[in-house]
Ligand binder design. Structure first.
Ligand SMILES: *[C@@H]1O[C@H](CO)[C@@H](O)[C@H](O)[C@H]1NC(C)=O
Ligand SMILES: *[C@@H]1O[C@H](CO)[C@@H](O)[C@H](O)[C@H]1NC(C)=O
Ligand SMILES: *[C@@H]1O[C@H](CO)[C@@H](O)[C@H](O)[C@H]1NC(C)=O
Ligand SMILES: *[C@@H]1O[C@H](CO)[C@@H](O)[C@H](O)[C@H]1NC(C)=O
Ligand SMILES: *[C@@H]1O[C@H](CO)[C@@H](O)[C@H](O)[C@H]1NC(C)=O
Ligand SMILES: *[C@@H]1O[C@H](CO)[C@@H](O)[C@H](O)[C@H]1NC(C)=O
Length: 323
């Protein structure tokens, strides 16, 4: 059971065909939902409007690769069409990870689909689940990467391959009494203003932030909780007004947390929803036609008895997002 970069990129070609369909303003659920053998994870939106999604498929569509991993979690674009992804050997079935398995790869999509370059940037021997990624500096090539099991946020220089633990505090860590398969710090996001690193903590059910030093990426203050009681909060994005759009995994919901009042508005799904089973990740559209829309993935319940299959949705936010 493996997942490859190529496989994840092939998905983007498949989704390319959906761009026309995406012009109607209704919720979009992609054709890949027809195959319940796929689980979707984090996504990124290309400047062309195509969507790149990390996914896992069973059976493996591309056997016998020289280097293989069974999960892809984070994706971040550092410069146009220069994506970086995290891979590792976390089992989506048992949730057991292989300590020291994660690496970050550079995926150059400039020549896509004719040419595609994939190169390893760094191997993380101390890491367990490299998850959400966000850009700190394009010029310096600095990206933050959450480790959801170790409970820290790493800073990686994608141009040199150097990295270190930049953020490590009680709000990124596992909660007291966490079990072996608990996931803590999950999504990460640095708004354009660049002063804070925002992060979600799955087990703690919070979104928090910490002031950062713009040059070193280290914490420059104490972390603070922005919103709590977000059950199994996964990946998230912030709009210009710092409204939060996020996925709540176990409650099968995509929600908006108002940046001023903290009020939670459910955008899609509910605790009993099968349509949105295991809400995973969100990103805003990038085209003039879909800028205020939210693209959202679900895991679907990979290999579980009530699996509905991974799916990608487009949620029309109307005036709810300031992008
Ligand atoms: C992959 O490897 C297996 C076992 O070594 C072999 O049986 C199979 O034919 C190979 N498949 C391809 C597509 O090369
Ligand atoms: C990850 O798992 C695959 C498939 O079992 C294996 O071939 C590969 O060596 C593993 N990689 C690491 C870094 O553990
Ligand atoms: C990306 O690939 C293109 C060819 O498709 C190449 O010209 C370019 O130099 C590559 N960029 C990087 C940053 O590797
Ligand atoms: C994070 O901080 C704790 C407490 O200071 C320390 O014990 C732990 O080793 C640190 N973790 C990493 C990965 O640096
Ligand atoms: C937490 O959220 C649940 C369900 O979303 C709600 O029923 C409960 O009242 C909330 N608790 C607090 C302390 O806000
Ligand atoms: C989900 O199902 C439970 C048990 O049937 C029920 O109590 C609850 O009200 C349902 N929630 C929603 C949002 O429909």
């Amino acid at each position: 059971m493996r997942l490859s970069f190529l496989a994840s990129l092939i998905l983007s070609t498949a989704l390319g065909g959906l761009r026309a369909a995406a012009s109607d303003r209704t919720k979009m659920s992609s054709s890949i939902t027809s195959t319940p053998s796929i689980s979707l994870e984090n996504l990124a939106v290309r400047h062309t409007g195509e969507i790149i999604v990390g996914f896992r498929q069973w059976p493996d569509p591309l056997p016998n690769r020289t280097k293989s991993y069974i999960d892809i979690h984070g994706i971040v674009e550092v410069a146009q069409d220069q994506f970086y992804v995290t891979c590792g050997n976390l089992s989506l079935v048992t949730h057991i990870d292989v300590p020291g398995s994660p690496s970050v790869f550079h995926v150059n999509m400039t020549g896509f689909p004719e040419h595609l370059e994939v190169n390893e940037v760094a191997h993380f021997p101390e890491a367990r689940i490299l998850n959400g990624m966000t850009l700190l500096s394009e010029e310096k090539g600095l990206v933050y990467i959450a480790d959801s099991r170790v409970g820290v946020v790493n800073l990686l220089n994608v141009y040199t391959g150097e990295f270190f633990v930049a953020i490590n505090n009680s709000l990124t860590n596992q909660p007291p009494g966490a079990d072996e398969i608990s996931n803590c710090v999950h999504g990460v996001h640095v708004p354009k203003s660049n002063k804070y690193l925002y992060f979600s903590n799955f087990a703690q059910g919070i979104i928090a932030r910490v002031l950062i030093h713009p040059d070193t990426g280290l914490a420059a203050g104490e972390p603070e909780i922005i919103k709590s009681n977000l059950t199994t909060v996964e990946d998230f994005v912030l709009d210009k007004d710092l409204n939060i759009f996020t996925a709540l995994f176990v409650t099968n919901e995509f929600v908006r947390v108002d940046g001023k009042t903290g009020e939670v508005l459910v955008l899609a799904g509910n605790e009993n929803s099968t349509e949105y089973k295991w809400a995973a990740s969100v990103r805003f559209g990038r085209l003039a036609s879909d800028k205020g829309d939210l693209y959202a993935t679900i895991n679907g319940g990979f290999l579980e008895p009530d699996n509905v299959g991974g799916a990608l949705f487009r949620i029309d936010l109307g005036e709810l997002a300031v992008v």
